[in-house]
Design a protein around this ligand. Structure first.
Ligand SMILES: NC(=O)c1ccc[n+]([C@@H]2O[C@H](COP(=O)([O-])OP(=O)(O)OC[C@H]3O[C@@H](n4cnc5c(N)ncnc54)[C@H](O)[C@@H]3O)[C@@H](O)[C@H]2O)c1
Length: 301
């Protein structure tokens, strides 16, 4: 069993991951600027990834780091561009410095499908040329490059997770599924930006955690993996209709043009679906929760 530091351990993915690593018998330290969990099953370290002193203390004697802490959400990260660059790039560099100093054996970095931007070949494979359109996507691409350069220079191993549109219970409210769910709960209309034909392939958090655990356990050395579910690509408008139908409420769906919203058509990605053949082949990953089942679970909670 290993001693593993999870940055962003209080977040949506981090919270689930910490619990599953503890269940597998690992010694886990959750490192986050916020702590909202009273569990005594793992150590909680309150600190910022922008503070090298905090990091050095927390990373001491760890075998691995799973680096999830970041500023997330394309809207927020466009509004707070400088803060996003600092947290996602400088913060990642400080993690890598701490990893080198404390002789960590392996670092896992959470990247995003945002690094791909618009692609002609869909589903998207890991070796596609990266063309991020958002500030957030650029920070993730730079984070990946720092990780590879550090690994190459200092000799530790790494894996990169590129997540594609995860969803589940404790996700931040800015993301589309929790946003629609909240509007439905409050009997408010659902707002869709643009024509609603943007295609996404949503992956349940529990499937994503399974993918992460497989990579932590047996991922090929210095390899990047897409983590997602490519089975049910769906347009935003169809997703909205599906959620309204599930709620059995009479809720309206309103389309809002990009000009009238705080979003920009320029950085909108129209079709996004992962090719997950690499993680299937290397690690026998197989997402099990389809979108209908996952949404039903959300509504039953
Ligand atoms: N959820 C998705 O669909 C998705 C998709 C692609 C990539 N990702 C990546 O996965 C990772 C986790 O995402 P999430 O959805 O769990 O986000 P989240 O916002 O729920 O979790 C991020 C955590 O990082 C912490 N954090 C932020 N700044 C910090 C700092 N300076 N120091 C310490 N902690 C800090 C936050 O407090 C939060 O608990 C992120 O790196 C994100 O970019 C997520």
């Amino acid at each position: 069993m290993s001693k593993i530091l999870v940055t962003g351990g209080s977040g949506f993915i981090g919270g689930e991951l910490v619990n599953s690593l503890v269940k597998k018998g690992h010694e886990v330290i959750s490192f986050d600027i916020l702590h909202n969990n009273k569990s005594s099953d793992f150590q909680q370290f309150n600190g910022s990834i922008l503070n090298p002193y905090d990091l050095d203390k927390a990373v001491k004697n760890c075998d691995m780091i799973v680096h999830l802490a970041a500023m997330v959400g394309v809207e927020l990260t466009e509004k707070k561009r400088l803060e996003c660059l600092e947290i996602n790039i400088q913060g990642t560099k400080f993690i890598l410095d701490a990893a080198v100093k404390q002789k960590v054996k392996k670092v896992f970095f959470s990247s995003s499908s945002e690094v791909y931007g618009d692609q002609e070949i869909i589903p998207i494979k890991e070796d596609a040329q990266l063309k991020p359109k958002s500030n957030y996507g650029i920070t993730k691409m730079v984070g990946e490059e720092y990780l590879k350069a550090y690994s190459n220079f200092y000799g530790f191993d790494y894996n990169i997770f590129r997540f594609f549109n995860l969803y589940g219970g404790n996700q931040r409210p800015e993301f589309v599924i929790p946003k629609f769910k909240k509007a439905i709960d409050n009997n408010e209309k659902l707002k869709i930006y643009g024509d609603g034909k943007q295609i996404r392939s949503y992956c349940n958090i529990l499937d994503a955690i399974d993918g992460i655990n497989r990579i932590i356990g047996n991922g090929k050395k210095n390899t990047t993996y897409n983590i997602g579910n490519n089975n049910d690509p769906i347009s935003v408008i169809d997703l909205a209709n599906k959620m309204v139908n599930l709620s059995k409420k009479n809720i309206k769906i309103e389309k809002i043009s990009f000009e009238k919203s705080d979003r920009s058509a320029k950085r909108e990605i129209y079709k996004r679906q992962p090719d997950i053949s690499k993680i299937i082949q290397d690690l026998k990953y197989s997402p099990k929760i389809n979108i209908d089942k996952g949404l039903k679970q959300l509504f039953s909670n």
